[in-house]
Design a protein around this ligand. Structure first.
Ligand SMILES: O=C(O)c1ccccc1NCC(=O)[C@H](O)[C@H](O)COP(=O)(O)O
Length: 201
C-alpha cells in the first residue's frame, strides 16, 4: 500500500514523514495554505532518502514551469490537481498522478487519461485540494477504476483509514488535513496514520 503524506512545508515534518515509513511526500506548488516555494522544497528534498518519492502538486500550471520546478526540486512524480487535459500529462517527462474530483469525474474522463495513478479527491473548498472532507466511497464503484491505479484521498485520518482501505481497496492513500492539528502537521498523527495503514494490509 502506497502512503502519501501531502502538504509538507518544513524539514522537521519531512523527516517525521520519512521515518514513519510513508512512501510518497507531497509538496504543494499551487495556491494553498500549504503552498511551498520551489527553493524551500528543494532544501527539504535534498535531505531525504531516494526511497521516499517526492511528489509535486500543481493546479493548471504551464508545462514549462512544472518541468522547471521538477528538475530543480528533484521530483519523482507530478500530481496534476486541476483541469489539465491529457495533452498536458503527455508533455511532462515525469510519472503522473492525475487527481479528479469525485463530483466532476465520469468513466470516460479517466478511462484513457495518460497517468500512472488516478487520485480521487473530495471537492475543494477555498483551494483545489486539502479540504479535509470525505466523500461517499461507494461512488467509486460506478467509475470502474483499476484498483492498481487508484489512490484514495479526501478527509482521510488515523481514525477512518482502516475502514477506508477495507471498503475501497485502493493501491494507495493520501492524507493532509487528517494529520494536522490546528492547521499544522502533527507528528504524532502522521505516525499514527501510517501505523494504521500498515495494520490494515
Ligand atoms: O492540500 C492542499 O492544500 C492542496 C491545495 C491545492 C491543491 C491540492 C492540494 N492538496 C492535494 C492533496 O493531495 C491532498 O492531500 C488531498 O487533496 C487530500 O487532502 P485532505 O482532504 O486534506 O486529506
Amino acid at each position: 500500500m502506497i502512503v502519501k503524506v501531502c502538504g509538507i512545508t518544513t524539514k522537521e515534518t519531512a523527516r517525521v514523514v520519512e521515518a514513519s515509513g510513508a512512501d510518497f511526500i507531497g509538496f504543494v506548488f499551487a495556491p494553498s495554505k500549504r503552498e511551498i516555494s520551489p527553493a524551500d522544497a528543494k532544501e527539504i528534498a535534498k535531505g531525504l532518502s531516494p526511497q521516499i518519492k517526492k511528489v509535486g502538486v500543481f493546479v493548471n500550471e504551464s508545462v514549462d514551469r512544472i518541468i522547471e520546478i521538477a528538475d530543480l526540486v528533484g521530483l519523482d512524480f507530478i500530481q496534476l490537481h486541476g483541469d489539465e487535459p491529457d495533452t498536458i500529462a503527455n508533455s511532462i517527462p515525469y510519472p503522473i498522478i492525475k487527481a479528479f474530483v469525485i463530483d466532476q469525474v465520469d468513466v470516460n474522463s479517466i478511462k484513457n487519461y495518460p497517468c500512472d495513478y488516478i487520485l480521487i479527491d473530495s471537492p475543494g473548498k477555498k483551494y483545489r485540494g486539502g479540504s479535509g472532507e470525505t466523500f461517499h466511497w461507494g461512488r467509486l464503484d460506478e467509475l470502474g477504476i483499476d484498483k492498481d491505479k487508484l489512490i484514495l484521498a479526501g478527509g482521510l485520518s488515523p481514525e477512518n483509514i482502516q475502514e477506508a482501505i477495507i471498503t475501497v481497496k485502493p493501491v494507495g492513500v493520501d492524507v493532509s488535513s487528517g494529520v494536522e492539528t490546528n492547521g499544522i502537521k502533527d507528528h504524532h498523527k502522521i505516525n499514527y496514520f501510517v501505523e494504521n495503514v500498515r495494520k490494515s494490509c
